[in-house]
Design a protein around this ligand. Sequence first.
Ligand code: IPD
Length: 283
Amino acid sequence: MTGDAGQPSGEVVVELERLCVEVAAEASRFIRDERPDRVRVAQTKSTETDVVTLMDTASERLIHERLLAARPDDGILGEEGADVAGSSGLTWVVDPIDGTVNYLYDIPAYAVSIAVVTGDVSVAGGWTVVAGAVADPSRRVVHHARRGGGSWTVAEGEGPDSRTGRALHVSDETLLARTLLATGFGYAAETRARQAEVMTRVLPAVRDIRRIGSAALDLVRVAEGTVDAYAEAGLNPWDLAAGWLLVEEAGGVVTGTGRHPGKELTVAAPPSLVDEVKALFVG
Ligand code: IPD
């Protein structure tokens, strides 16, 4: 199944992308159409405000069932923790609802993010995204990419090769002062205090900031050029995996404090802006 350096063959990658799109679309319909009038918090994680709803868990269960039925030898790493060790060298990195706080409050900016990667996801810089999809239930679309295949948006329910698919391209902005920058903040108070300090450098330097509340959708917006750039510290692999590939395949650069995005920092921007945006966040 695998070709050079443990990477899956072209044919397999096409099938992996198709599976990302199909499963993300199904989970997207599920969390939108089955959303209870009052979403309940099932548990909290890192802080009182870092919540898991019953729908996060149900969406994760649905995604796992579909992925394991189609790819029983692959591993799964999910935000809500029901991880599966695999033997194929491929791992699915899943966020069943990214933007859970928006979902809780019925703010239409949440997503399902599914990516398939090679390498060791627990090692920063030790893994590569092969294919991914971010479904946006509110816009009823799925954004998808496979390495070397470009970044695309299709209507929810369409396959990755839909004739009505739209190719994504990052913004052509070149000036930091005109940059609309998406960002986000962690759940822990001390992390937020540090992030607020960084904002004192960022806000005077850019056009404005947006705090959309879903890292996956922030990355989609960079890929489609509906914000110019995005930067945030504290992301986990499931927040960024699919969006990382979407941005790269749309002509952008995704980086961190080193070469790879991760917990310390994730920066996504057109090549013309990436160094300046990163410098603002590194200080
Ligand atoms: C969060 C969102 C948010 C970002 C946080 C993430 P969750 O993911 O992506 O925009 O600022 O860093 O943890 O908790 O909604 O899945």
